[in-house]
Design a protein around this ligand. Structure first.
Ligand code: HEC
Length: 147
């Protein structure tokens, strides 16, 4: 019972579409595959990497350093597979392009805009995209913003 509670919490935190995921969980619980039931998609894994990388960039900026090298892994957003229940739709494509442009601008040494503002713009696009279809991680993403 205790595990079930954990599983549901987990699903709640990570899921962008809890209804369908809950159905999966029930099947998996019935099949006793409780432990390995959460298999992050390629996109979910990439998103977690982007989160970690942006946290490092934030700390660099707060330390007064200027981030110099755009992490090209971020470009995988254009190709990574989403979870089964998600589709790459027009909104996703539009926001992912905007995101890459904004994130690249963080590393633009010729920009007249303070790096903090450029960084916050990029994080703002993470949030905007999430508002369209995957609201769960928004509170976490907001923590990346530099005040
Ligand atoms: C173009 C839209 C879009 C942008 C931009 C975007 N995300 Fe996501 N994000 C998604 C979608 C869709 C998912 C769900 C992926 C899946 O389940 O396959 C997701 C999932 C996540 C997750 C949950 C991963 C998991 O373990 O389930 C986190 C955390 C996350 N994004 C953080 C970020 C951060 C941080 C940024 C900016 C640096 C960002 N996202 C930019 C659409 C976006």
């Amino acid at each position: 019972m205790k595990y079930l509670v954990y599983i549901f919490c987990f699903a709640f935190i990570f899921s962008c579409n809890s209804k369908e995921k809950n159905e999966n969980i029930e099947e998996n619980v019935a099949g006793k595959k409780v432990y390995d039931m959460y298999q992050p998609s390629e996109m979910a894994t990439l998103m977690n990497e982007m989160y970690a990388e942006n946290l490092k960039i934030k700390n660099e900026i707060l330390a007064g350093n200027t981030p110099e090298v755009f992490p090209t892994d971020f470009l995988k957003i254009n190709t990574a597979q989403l979870s089964d229940f998600k589709k790459r739709n027009a909104k996703f494509e539009a926001f992912s392009k905007l995101y890459i442009v904004a994130e690249q601008d963080v590393f633009n040494s010729e920009s007249a805009m303070p790096v903090k503002d450029r960084f916050n713009n990029a994080v703002g696009i993470c949030i905007s995209c999430h508002q369209t279809e995957c609201t769960g991680p928004i509170p976490r993403i907001k923590k990346l913003l530099i005040k």
